[in-house]
Design a protein around this ligand. Structure first.
Ligand code: BEZ
Length: 175
């Protein structure tokens, strides 16, 4: 990478920007869906009691909406350290309202060491409610992501369903 590069954000990047960027735009990528199927041993859980954070699952025909950031290449060093837990950089075509660009997205591939995969929605919600790591409660990750998606005018059934479950069960714990 020799100059500013677009980075597609679909998880913590869209609501936690502790990195400099030159531009930011609502954007989407094609053929991927967002799922809380990645374990977090660091930011939102521990190695013994992992939390759950989002990764991308290849799904032909499915668009995933988020926010793209134009960043200088040295910012990737900071992000590689921040997001190290099983994620890898992946080249991707990023679509804007008025065009497209080749960029990078972080993906926790199926089977990586922190991979958790699918589970019944109430089990995912219960795991999130009991998990916390060095960046805080797993619950705050879900609420922060849902809020940021709403602000971008993005609807995501998986995220909003989970938001509802964790919000409801804060007063009435899940079985
Ligand atoms: C993101 O918000 O795009 C992101 C998700 C997981 C790891 C790194 C970045």
């Amino acid at each position: 990478m020799t100059g500013p590069t677009w980075l597609f954000g679909y998880g913590s990047l869209i609501w936690k920007q502790d990195f400099p960027f030159l531009d930011a735009r609502r954007a989407h990528i094609k053929g991927w869906k967002r799922r809380f199927w990645q374990g977090s041993h660091d930011h939102r859980g521990t190695a013994e009691a992992p939390g759950r954070v989002v990764t991308l699952i290849e799904t032909p025909g499915e668009p995933c909406y988020g926010r793209a950031f134009l960043i200088d290449p040295d910012v990737f060093e900071h992000l590689d350290n921040r997001e190290v837990n099983g994620y890898e950089r992946h080249p991707v075509e990023i679509h804007f309202d008025d065009g497209q660009a080749t960029g990078i997205v972080y993906v926790g591939p199926v089977g990586n060491f922190a991979w958790l995969g699918d589970a019944p929605a109430d089990e995912i919600a219960a795991q999130i409610l009991r998990s916390a790591g060095r960046s805080g409660k797993n619950l705050d990750y879900v609420l922060g992501l849902a809020k940021a998606l709403r602000e971008l005018d993005v609807h995501d059934d998986h995220v909003f369903d989970l938001e509802q479950r964790v919000t409801k069960s804060r007063s009435a714990p899940l079985a």
